[in-house]
Design a protein around this ligand. Structure first.
Ligand code: NAD
Length: 428
């Protein structure tokens, strides 16, 4: 957590230029000159670092890094680093966080950071009694698992419990043993996979079967984060907008086609932060969407209701397998600075901030949809992108974009015509 005297409320932040914005962030997060320089040096991932991160490296692709402002979570101010190629997302998050701030900010909570590791056993003659024998061998299995990671155990984590289930498959009955591993400040995939592999021989001995898969589950139902907020109806735009948002939420909750897009909006925010901090976004997406269908029908991860005063009340709950340690977040120089800006001290705090960001992003999208429609906010940056794609550069980008917006013709062919027109007249 940062110095509590510093506020993330930053009206007019969007009007500053990138250097001026960085001054604000530098002060908020106590960044050094080197850290600031690394943020604005777009090629700041050295090729040898990249080459150690993945295979067959030939380069790196920069994605814009923005900072969402105004976030107040559990009475603490946060600035939110977001890496994303899509326009409007950072603006919408900041705007929504401001509305939520009017109602006292976000409140969050989370479960312990427990991940599930699965061990698949096949070819067991008596799978149901084998399940009992595995459960009986719990102490031995947990001890073996914890022997693999004394560091994790020393910080209070480790394999804490075990469960087993028999499932019916096209290949017959299988016994699935599940290790419950408290991963503390790690995402945990390496830690859990190592443990799952180590206990497999015990499970084969106890069951008489053959172990195949030994791997973490991304449906992290034991590692949930939650956030909720109350937004005063006047801050959100009055009773009609509240009604529109509540109706949009009800539509999404009842219809998977809408729910997928509703949840995509939530992920716009969460994944942008996950990318900025070099966490595993596939794990978060897989876990979130699987959790959204936990009751048999795909539905929303968040809900929007009215309270007795007619104010808007939002809540969200989803699995959140994120870490501060391990993976790529300690090797990527920009991710390290992004983490420092975020200023979270534990993986749980990180996960809770992500829940709040997801809820804010959702509110931003629903408010726009329920009032002026989503396109207005998208228009200006979209028009600029089209202008650039059509070959505009420098001042021509803004001029062409403005004309296209005025004419309501944001199209490549029109952009090309306008570029030719400006070039012919020599006005720009
Ligand atoms: P890791 O193994 O690099 O680091 C975790 C280790 O750090 C722990 O095992 C522990 O020994 C040590 N540690 C030190 N201090 C700790 C603390 N305070 N809290 C917790 N651990 C501490 O990383 P990981 O989190 O086990 O694995 C994450 C990586 O695994 C990600 O890069 C992810 O992409 C990848 N991965 C994911 C999947 C999947 O999601 N299905 C599968 C395989 C690999």
């Amino acid at each position: 957590m940062h110095n509590m005297k510093k506020s993330s409320l930053a009206p007019g932040f969007y009007k500053l230029n990138p250097k001026e914005r960085l001054e604000f962030i530098k002060d908020f997060a106590d960044l050094s000159d080197d850290e600031c320089a690394s943020l604005q040096n777009i090629g700041s991932l050295p090729i040898d670092v990249a080459d150690r991160m993945i295979e067959n490296v030939v380069g790196a692709i920069p994605i814009p890094l923005g900072v969402a402002v105004n976030f107040l979570i559990n009475k603490h101010d946060y600035l939110i680093p977001m890496a994303i190629e899509e326009p409007s997302v950072v603006a919408a998050a900041s705007y929504a966080a401001k509305m939520v701030r009017d109602g006292g900010g976000f409140q969050t909570s989370s479960t312990a950071p427990v991940m599930i590791g699965q061990i698949q056993t096949v070819g067991i003659k008596d799978p149901h009694s084998a399940k009992m024998r595995v459960i009986q061998a719990k102490e031995e299995i947990l001890r073996k698992a914890n022997d693999q990671d004394p560091v994790l155990v020393s910080v209070g984590g480790g394999a804490k419990d075990l469960d087993a289930k028999v499932i019916n498959t096209t290949e017959g009955l299988m016994l699935i043993t599940e290790l419950h591993v408290d991963c503390r400040d790690a995402m945990g995939a390496n830690a859990v996979n190592t443990m799952a592999e180590a206990v497999a021989p015990i499970i084969e001995r106890v069951t008489g079967g053959r172990v195949y898969l030994r791997i973490i589950s991304n449906l992290a139902t034991k590692r949930l984060v939650r956030a909720f907020c109350v937004v005063p109806k006047d801050s959100v735009g009055g009773k009609e907008v509240v009604d529109g948002i509540v109706n949009a939420s009800a539509f999404a909750a009842a219809d998977p086609y809408r729910a997928a897009t509703h949840n995509k909006g939530i992920m716009n925010g969460i994944i942008a932060v996950i990318l900025a901090t070099c966490n595993d976004h596939r794990a978060i997406e897989a876990g979130g969407h699987a959790y959204a269908v936990k009751n048999g029908q795909y539905t929303t991860l968040s809900m929007w209701e009215r309270n007795a005063d007619g104010d808007l009340v939002g809540s969200i709950e989803l699995p959140m397998a994120v870490g501060l340690i391990g993976g790529a977040m300690r090797t990527h120089p920009t991710a390290k600075v992004a983490m420092k800006i975020l200023g979270v001290k534990t993986a749980n705090e990180f996960g809770e901030v992500l829940a709040a960001v997801g809820l804010a992003q959702n509110l931003g999208a629903l408010r726009a949809l329920a009032s002026e429609g989503i396109q207005r906010g998208h228009m200006s940056l979209h028009a600029k992108n089209i202008a650039v794609m059509a070959g505009a550069a420098g001042k021509l980008v803004d001029a062409v974009a403005e004309r296209m917006i005025k004419e309501r013709k944001i199209r490549m062919d029109r952009a090309k015509e306008l570029i030719d027109e400006y070039k012919a007249t020599g006005k720009i």
